[in-house]
Design a binder for this molecule. Structure first.
Ligand SMILES: NC(=O)c1ccc[n+]([C@@H]2O[C@H](COP(=O)([O-])OP(=O)(O)OC[C@H]3O[C@@H](n4cnc5c(N)ncnc54)[C@H](O)[C@@H]3O)[C@@H](O)[C@H]2O)c1
Length: 367
């Protein structure tokens, strides 16, 4: 990186690319008070489990009351950690989110919030390109639920995070010089993007638009984190087998290698635990060996050859569009390579599994 870029990074409190070869200590999550939206299922539930095990206190906001309350009961019993709560919250409703944050402060053992995770999301059949009967006078008004949840919901969460994180008692403005081993109090906003934040996604233009919106939010917030001292990070998973993947997606993905939930949780835990990481994005993809590219970036090997264990977590070096574009080209190459390695047998197996899969029933919302 040139001297000018280094100066900019220092001024805006952005840390250098995450050294993924360096271990972090998940125990640094202990004592942090975390609010997570969409914590009743998938990544959210897995984050809650991992962080509750490490001794964090957590408030889950989700529309799925049944699953959320059940998770809280199970974890309290299993782990003996009483500091896990559920608040029924539809992220598309401002007052629901205000209630979530107010409750979170009330439940907080130290009276503030250290970390906000904007995780709630939906996918589904996208109506944007299917306006219905083309001989009608006008198309029916479209339902933009995917954008409402995945972008407007995240904007509400971000707005509230920008209000509550700087008020966190005992916290200091973020800095790459922070020693995470000695700093429990934090001001951290973790955004759930997607590979669809970086690259197009077939047949899901609304989802792609929303997740590109989250990327724009991340890029904009990270370059002004010096204003309120909030560190903002983002994870961009490729497809992972959670309930969000509907049958149509499974059919399109037949034969392709998916990313692993554990890698998503590991990446999110590194960001949450290591308070010296500011303004970085990690991409989570199918496991591959790492090689050092000519420009010094650690990138996925396209041939299966490389040093050490396979990994699914990558820095996407989102310092500028040029680097992101280079990264994206390599990524598309990796997916092509993995798909061809799996071959027709893998494709046929996944197609059979996808046809037999049933989509999740709609969530029940209680008052
Ligand atoms: N699984 C993947 O392949 C994948 C890939 C990239 C990004 N993501 C993103 O990861 C995040 C988590 O997804 P997941 O895979 O765990 O899916 P999931 O369906 O298992 O979990 C999503 C959670 O969000 C909740 N939710 C949905 N609408 C809500 C609303 N209006 N208000 C509050 N909660 C709501 C659901 O009830 C559920 O608990 C999402 O933002 C998703 O876009 C997922």
């Amino acid at each position: 990186m040139d001297a000018q870029a280094q100066t900019v990074q220092k001024t805006v409190r952005q840390s250098p690319p995450v050294d993924l070869t360096k271990p972090y200590n998940a125990a640094w999550v202990k004592g942090k008070h975390i609010v997570i939206t969409g914590g009743a299922s998938g990544f959210g539930a897995a984050f809650v489990q991992r962080w509750a095990l490490q001794g964090a206190s957590i408030v889950i906001g989700d529309i799925n009351t049944e699953a959320g309350e059940q998770l809280v009961q199970e974890l309290r019993q299993e782990l003996g950690n009483p500091n896990i709560w559920f608040v029924c919250c539809d992220v598309t409703k401002w007052q629901d989110q205000v209630k979530l944050f107010k409750e979170a402060v009330r439940y907080s053992p130290h009276g503030g919030i250290d970390c906000v995770v904007a995780n709630a999301g939906v996918a589904g059949n996208d109506i944007l390109q299917t306006p219905g009967d083309l001989s009608a006078d006008e198309p029916p008004e479209p339902n933009f639920k995917v954008v409402n949840v995945n972008l407007y919901g995240v904007l509400y969460t971000t707005h509230l995070a920008c209000f509550y994180l700087p008020r966190n008692p005992g916290s200091s403005p973020c800095s790459p010089q922070t020693d995470p081993a000695k700093t429990v109090r934090d001001r951290h906003l973790l955004l759930l993007g997607s590979v669809a934040s970086l690259a197009p996604i077939t047949a899901q233009p609304q989802y792609g638009a929303a997740k590109h919106g989250v990327l724009g939010l991340f890029r904009s917030l990270r370059c002004s984190s010096f204003v309120q001292g909030i560190r903002v990070n983002m994870i961009c998973p490729y497809f992972v087998a959670t309930p969000i993947l509907i049958r149509a997606a499974k059919i399109i993905l037949a034969g392709a290698e998916l990313a692993r939930v554990n890698d998503v949780i590991d990446a999110g835990t590194r960001f949450t635990a290591d308070s010296s990481i500011c303004g970085r994005a990690l991409v989570i993809g199918p496991p591959a060996k790492a090689i050092m590219a000519d420009d010094g970036q650690l990138v996925p090997s396209l041939t299966g050859e490389g040093e050490g264990e396979e990994t699914g977590i990558w820095e996407c070096y989102a310092d500028d569009f040029q680097a992101v574009d280079t990264w994206t080209r390599r990524w598309v190459g990796l997916l092509g390579y993995l798909e061809s390695a799996k071959g027709w047998t893998g494709w046929a197996k996944d197609m059979v599994a996808a046809f037999w899969a049933s989509d999740r029933k709609p969530e029940k919302k209680s008052a």
